[in-house]
Design a protein around this ligand. Structure first.
Ligand code: BDP
Length: 687
């Protein structure tokens, strides 16, 4: 029980009645596609792996007609009569390339359960759904379930480097690379593809957005054949492979002495590059590009803009249907902290908004959820939805860079849901991020969601066992953003810790509270940062205060916060639609949790909650630690209910969380007590 199987454990079904029901329906599998590779073959393999574990029975594969009275029939639409029988009348999900139907049919002489969809990938998703039902102990007796994903692109970004390190990785080394070699024979890759397909991921970029010299070679003869081997594994699970590319690859590889996007030699070089890539990976997804961002090269060097740069790559990929995911994380990282006129939060919008309409159809802007950088609390990026004529995807961060680095429990689904539910108003009421990312507010040719992943080669993939919930939940949310955080947590806990009701009840509650707990003992009221520079773990209140990164809190003896108002600050609020701009601009209406993101206020400022800012800081920081202590006590009650290995591992991490949360509490409280000279109303110990 080292957690390697994650949510694909397929633990033995305890309920005898259910187990025999599952056995009846799955003793024989009639499959239309007898192919040895491809998603249907993967689906069959998954059934062959899962069913013996779940119910102690290996399914028999039959091609034509089953001998038993009940059986499972899987195949794409129109592939055989069983399927045709199940698909009567219009079923919307089946018009979608990835939608599937699970349906039980009772015929005169037999009954069967059909899993079907338009493509092999859809069938694979349907089979994973069926297995999830069994793992959760649901009856499959009379099913009629049709589903399709909300988002077209459901992507994962790896920040893996070829030396095996992972930028912002907290779960060991890379699963793809070691010592500048590609781990093409690693069995982990197949298991990883299974995990990703099981939650509906359909695109994976396998290298860091910061492309160093070594990774530049991924698009050359030297390494492409091995990249193609990864692509083949992913292909059989319906996943397209993407690569992050170095914008100045022409120069880095010494082939053209410029990266000017308007130079015909550069354009030609990338066209040939695309041809070369597609000759070995015919379904290659495309490029992810971090340009003119944090010292990465980009079109600015040549006085060109981001549209020039992105379109040059877009042209090269267009003949093959490839995409360019061009990141908008562009800001001045050499800022002078003395200069109050520059506001990093403004940067993405200021750079990109004027370019709306200039990007090619196969270029997609990749926009981080907040205007700064994956903090525990930020407002939603005003750029999202602000460019009606430019494709966009939302970028989340699953890896817990600023949210406890997989040593703290921080279930991020509630955070992402808040972002998705945010109504930007760009086209009036109902212009939620959720709908914009689905391409249903602006008619985008391509849209969806991507995220920086949290996996590494630790046995359990994510370092903290409970961090698996973020990865699982991410995929489930992208499939269906209407699922509540609670539903997602319940589902994950039930299939990952299936043995005990007590564990299920407790863990779900803990997960749901964990983001708020983490927020309460770290930086207050949306101001962000206050972390150890570079590592981003643990408190360092002034760590970034006098730095070049544009990440300040401006605390002095009177007050704290960043004035981003139009009236007297950086004017950032004006990037929102008028309703939000007004709400954030005014102290009366600005939500408490974002107060210090938008305003600089005295410590005595009274929040909507009725508390002063300083008292809020003290109270939340004391309470945060107490809440961690509370959950540690509750967790202890589960000794014997969870297997020892995972129990001990999680207990260990919880202790680390406790220690670190105390450090946060004491440093934050002491800092603000010393700055403000205002005592805690409740007279608790502040150092
Ligand atoms: C920041 C990380 C940095 C990444 C950067 C990015 O600290 O390591 O390179 O984001 O998204 O959050 O490019």
């Amino acid at each position: 029980n080292n957690g390697y199987d994650a949510w694909l454990r397929y633990d033995k079904v305890k309920d005898d009645g259910l187990a025999s029901q599952y056995r009846e329906w799955t003793a024989e599998i009639v499959a239309s596609e007898a192919a040895v590779e491809g998603p249907v073959a993967s689906a069959i393999k998954e059934l062959q792996l899962a069913l013996p574990r779940l119910i102690g029975q290996t399914p028999k594969l039959v091609e034509e007609k089953a001998a038993s009275k009940r059986f499972l029939a899987i195949g794409t639409l129109n592939s055989f009569s069983y399927v045709e029988e199940a698909v009567q009348g219009p079923i919307a999900a089946l018009n979608d390339d990835e939608g599937y139907l699970l349906k039980t049919i009772t015929a005169a002489d037999c009954s069967y359960l059909v899993v079907t969809g338009k493509t092999e990938r859809a069938v694979l998703y349907g089979v994973f759904h069926l297995l999830r039902l069994m793992a959760q102990g649901e009856s499959i007796q009379s099913l009629q379930l049709a589903e399709q994903p909300k988002y077209r692109l459901r992507m994962i970004n790896h920040w893996d480097n070829m030396d095996g390190s992972i930028e912002r990785g907290y779960a060991g080394r890379s699963i793809f690379y070691r010592n500048n070699e590609l781990l093409v024979d690693s069995p982990r890759i197949v298991d990883y593809a299974r995990l990703m397909a099981s939650i509906g991921i359909n695109g994976i970029a396998i290298n860091n957005v910061n492309v160093h010299r070594a990774e530049t070679f991924l698009i050359t003869d030297k390494l492409l054949p091995q990249v193609a081997q990864f692509a083949a594994i992913f292909r059989s699970y319906g996943i397209k492979l993407f690569l992050s590319v170095n914008y100045a690859a022409t120069i880095e590889l010494g082939e053209v002495d410029t990266a000017d996007p308007l130079d015909p030699r550069v354009q030609e070089w990338w066209k040939q590059k695309a041809e070369q890539i597609y000759s070995v990976i015919p379904d290659f997804g495309g490029f992810v590009v971090k340009a003119d961002s944090e010292n990465r090269p980009g079109p600015f060097t040549y006085n060109r803009d981001h549209a020039d740069g992105a379109n040059m790559l877009g042209e090269a990929l267009k003949p093959y249907g490839g995409l360019v995911l061009w990141r908008c994380f562009v800001y001045d990282c050499h800022q002078d902290w003395r200069d109050r006129s520059t506001d990093r939060a403004r940067a993405a919008y200021d750079h990109f908004k004027p370019l709306d309409g200039r990007f090619l159809d196969n270029v997609i802007l990749q926009i981080k959820n907040g205007p700064m950088d994956f903090q525990v609390r930020e407002p939603v990026s005003p750029l999202f939805g602000a460019m009606p004529n430019t494709n966009a995807v939302m970028e989340f961060q699953i890896t817990q860079e600023y949210t406890g680095q997989q040593r703290h429990v921080c279930f991020l689904i509630p955070q992402w849901k808040e972002v998705l539910e945010f109504d930007t108003k760009v086209k009036g009421d109902g212009s939620t991020v959720k709908e914009i990312a689905a391409g249903s507010i602006h008619p985008y040719a391509h849209s969806g969601i991507t995220a920086v992943t949290n996996v590494g080669d630790d046995d359990n993939w994510t370092g903290h066992h409970l961090a698996q919930a973020n990865l699982y939940g991410y995929g489930r949310l992208l499939w269906n953003p209407e699922l509540s955080s609670e539903q997602i947590a319940e589902e994950w806990v039930r299939i990952t810790f299936p043995d005990s009701d007590a564990v299920q009840q407790l863990l779900v509650k803990f997960l749901l509270e964990s983001w708020s707990i983490y927020e309460s003992y770290t930086s207050p009221l949306g101001v962000g940062w206050m972390v150890t520079p570079h590592y981003h773990y643990g408190p360092d209140i002034d760590g970034y205060e006098y730095s070049k990164w544009g990440t300040y809190h401006f605390a002095d003896h009177k007050g704290i916060g960043v004035n981003r108002t139009v009236a007297s600050g950086t004017g950032y609020t004006s990037q929102y639609e008028p309703e939000h701009a007004a709400r954030y601009e005014s102290l009366e209406t600005c939500p408490d949790e974002l107060l210090l993101f938008f305003h600089h206020v005295p410590y005595t400022h009274v929040l909507h909650s009725g508390k002063t800012v300083i008292q809020h800081i003290y109270d939340t920081h004391f309470a945060g630690v107490e809440r961690v202590e509370y959950w540690i006590e509750r967790w202890k009650e589960l000794a014997g209910e969870v297997d020892e290995q995972r129990f001990a591992h999680i207990s260990g991490r919880l202790q680390e969380q406790l220690e670190n949360s105390k450090e946060w509490r004491d440093i934050v409280n002491t800092y603000f007590f010393r700055k403000s000279g205002i005592a805690d109303e409740k007279g608790r110990t502040i150092y």
